[in-house]
Design a protein around this ligand. Structure first.
Ligand code: P1T
Length: 379
């Protein structure tokens, strides 16, 4: 089945009771048993829920994997992955990543004796310098949030396999429409389904997809034991969102390209970060592993002018100044004070997250209106 068909039908069956085309929202915490253990496959909704099951099958299908897991948030999904580890284990992570992922690693799991190394991965050889006998996992986010670096998943996967390490890829920015990490050798693909998969800025959710049965069983165990699951109503909404993922992504990419090119020519803009530019340092990798370049664009104002950046963020009318990304509506964010505020200033500035950086999640409105909005806001 092709990707555009999988978004609509992947892993889905019509409801057995009445043939409903969409799965019913099974808004129940528990299930009647005829005798202890005499149930129809469902005991308690933390463990399984039919609406969540339908969504988990869709996650697996669109990522070309065997097993899907849905969580209460993207961070809950990451939390489950790190719980595969033990005190004393080490993780090598992308150095430019969502601030909340960084916070979870450094402020929660570091206290449990897990060590994290944050490494620039666009030169994959740098990863090998950090591998020790204690290393268990490589955490890749690509394209990175918010600097839009692109990491060669296939090359990292070779390093992971040679050293018997797990490779997890946060595929939130790209979505499976643009890149499929399991096909490139990753063991785990992770999403903040809050973003493009849900697609409508109305749900918080996370996803994992894996191929290995043993790994899946360990993650299902953690999902049930820790309990950070999503509810049936949210499962339904994300399942509905996924059905238009391919159409939305096509438009996100077209509008992202138009916005990136407009900004690149603007005299008041110093630099635009978007992997579609031939001048982007990882453009060749992006061309190799992605089908297009996505709808996320970051930029800094001329002379790194903080006041100008804030003025633009405040002046935008169609772009809403808000955290998050990946919805149909365009959003603008100021990473230094919003999504990446939990990373110490000197750490974030090393990766380019300066105070004059603005991040755009380019939505699927008319391109003409988006460019007009940027024009009036930049002035
Ligand atoms: O917000 P949540 O669903 O828990 O997902 C966390 C997360 C994980 N990974 C990436 C790449 C992300 O971008 C996020 C969430 N990011 C934002 C809220 C943001 O505005 O960048």
């Amino acid at each position: 089945m092709k990707f555009n068909t999988k978004t609509i039908h992947g892993g889905q069956i019509h409801d057995k009771a009445y043939g409903s085309v969409m799965p019913p929202i099974y808004q129940t915490s528990t299930y009647a048993q005829s005798t202890p253990g005499g149930h129809k496959g469902y005991e308690y909704s933390r463990t399984h829920n039919p609406t969540r099951d339908a969504l988990e099958k869709s996650f697996a299908s669109i990522e070309n994997g065997k097993y899907g897991l849905a969580f209460a948030s993207g961070l809950a999904a990451i939390d489950a992955v790190i719980k595969l580890l033990q005190p004393g284990d080490e993780v090598i992570s992308t150095n430019d990543l969502y601030g909340g992922s960084y916070r979870l690693f450094t402020k929660i799991f570091q206290n449990f004796g897990i060590k994290f190394h944050f490494v620039g991965m666009d030169k994959t050889s740098q990863i090998e310098d950090y591998i020790t006998p204690a290393t268990k996992l490589i955490w890749v986010e690509t394209p990175t949030n918010p600097m839009m670096n692109v990491i060669d998943i296939e090359a990292v996967s070779k390093i992971a396999k040679d050293n018997e390490l797990l490779l997890a890829v946060d595929n939130t920015f790209a979505t499976p429409y643009l890149q499929q990490p399991l096909e490139l050798g990753a063991d785990i693909v992770m999403h903040s389904a809050t973003k493009y998969l849900g697609g409508h800025s109305d749900v918080i959710m996370g996803a994992l997809v894996v191929n290995d049965k043993d790994l899946a069983d360990r993650l299902y165990f953690i999902q049930n034991a820790s309990g950070a699951v999503c509810g049936p109503q949210d499962s339904f909404l994300v399942l509905r969102g996924i059905k238009t993922l391919h159409i939305r992504m096509q438009r996100h990419c077209e509008n992202g390209k138009a916005v990136a090119h407009y900004l690149a020519k603007h005299p008041k803009i110093e630099k635009v970060y978007w992997p579609g530019f031939e001048s982007h340092p990882n453009h060749d990798v992006a061309k190799k592993q992605m089908n297009d370049f996505g709808g996320m664009v970051s930029f800094v104002t001329k002379g790194n002018n903080y006041d100008e950046a804030i003025k633009i963020a405040e002046n935008l009318k169609i772009f809403t100044l808000a955290e998050s990304l990946g919805g149909v509506e365009s959003l603008a964010g100021h990473p230094a004070s919003m999504t990446h505020a939990s990373i110490p200033k000197e750490e974030r500035e090393k990766t380019g997250v300066v105070d004059a950086l603005i991040r755009l999640s380019v939505g699927i409105e008319d391109e003409v209106d988006l460019i007009e909005d940027l024009k009036q806001a930049i002035g």
